[in-house]
Design a protein around this ligand. Structure first.
Ligand code: COI
Length: 353
């Protein structure tokens, strides 16, 4: 791709690196590219960050044809810039777009756009422990039309945001509400795709949980309301009898990059990982019998969010308010590799030169 560049007139002041929070600040530039039915992808450009004009009839505003990704850039102690497994995000973006009948962007274009934008904005990558530059690629249907159809015009954008931890608790254990009525996804739906609609439909359960004093929701499967699927915006893992159990990727669960990385790390360290159905009854029984020793969510934004407490049908289980040994090891190892502090035996890091 030949990416053109439009200079901004004013550069923003950088935020305090020690108080970033998540998704509150945006850099000076963004990447944009259009796709038309007759031309394909066209006019890749890096332009000043700013508002986009929408026709009120733009398809995305009505029928939510939108997909997105999330990954991070890190600055190492030696000043190198590292991405983490960007090819995984590129491929998942392709799968999401296929499901949503949207144009499929070649992996190398997805990565090139990120690399060139991050290079331009390298001064925005925070270097305090626990911080990074969050990269948000996304695509949406732009054509004005009220019929429910795939669009003939899409926009693909990338924006960047310097971030700290996603949840205010950081690495502290969170209280989780097991949602047994509302569902996130069903097989055959869009659960495996990273699309805005999945997140829109999760907000009600999240609000309900927060009103009751819980931080996040543990989702059960959409058919039997029996099997554990995801937690909040993350994949979920449970340590029972020393084995790590996580839901299998059968269509309703997001194939998380962090999930995949944790599984590989755990296996390399000699742990047994089972990708299998885990019923809420089996989980509660293990908690009651003291065999559930750790539980945590994994995701790009949050990395790891330990679960300190589970509430199911009004009863509270697993009140263990410390970060577990395995959770801490996974956090330290993964962030160590991502920030270049630890050797990367998997070849996961991608240096931007
Ligand atoms: C991520 O972990 O990158 C996500 O996309 C979750 C999110 C909705 C913030």
């Amino acid at each position: 791709m030949n990416i053109r560049f439009e200079e901004t007139k004013t550069l923003k002041e950088k935020p305090d690196k020690n108080a970033l929070g998540f998704g509150k600040y945006y850099t000076d530039y963004m990447f944009m590219m259009d796709w038309y039915e007759d031309k394909g992808f066209t006019d890749p450009r890096i332009i000043p960050y700013g508002p986009i004009e929408f026709d009120p009839a733009s398809l995305v505003l009505h029928y939510a044809q939108e997909t997105f990704e999330g990954l991070k850039a890190y600055k190492t102690e030696e000043g190198k810039i590292l991405l983490f497994r960007p090819d995984m995000n590129a491929k998942r973006f392709q799968k999401s777009n296929e499901r949503l009948c949207m144009p499929v962007l070649p992996v190398e274009d997805f990565i090139q756009a990120i690399v060139e934008l991050v290079k331009k904005e390298k001064d925005w990558i925070p270097d305090v422990a626990g911080t990074s530059l969050y990269i948000r690629p996304f695509m949406f249907a732009y054509q004005p039309k009220l019929g429910v159809h795939a669009a003939n015009h899409y926009k693909f954008l990338i924006i960047l945001s310097p971030v700290g931890s996603y949840y205010k608790e950081g690495l502290q254990p969170v209280k989780i509400y097991v949602e047994d009525e509302l569902v996130r996804a069903v097989k055959g739906g869009t659960g495996f795709a990273k699309c805005g609609g999945n997140y829109a439909s999760s907000i009600l359960a999240q609000m309900k949980a927060e009103e009751m004093g819980y931080s996040q929701v543990l989702w059960l499967d959409g058919v039997e309301h029996k099997y554990v699927e995801e937690v909040g915006t993350m994949n979920a893992m449970f340590v029972i009898d020393g084995k790590i159990i996580t839901a299998p990727l059968e269509g309703s669960v997001l194939p998380g990059v962090t999930r995949d990385s944790m599984i590989q790390l755990l296996k390399k360290k000699g742990y047994i990982v089972e990708e299998r159905k885990l019923s809420i009854d089996e989980l509660i029984q293990a908690a009651e019998e003291g065999r559930l020793t750790e539980a945590f969510g994994t995701g790009t934004a949050a990395v790891i969010s330990p679960i300190g407490m589970l509430c199911y049908k009004g009863n509270v289980f697993f009140n263990n308010n410390t970060i577990g040994k395995i959770s801490q090891m996974l956090y330290d190892t993964l962030t160590g590799i991502q920030t270049g502090k630890l050797e990367d035996p998997f070849g996961w890091t991608y240096e931007i030169k």
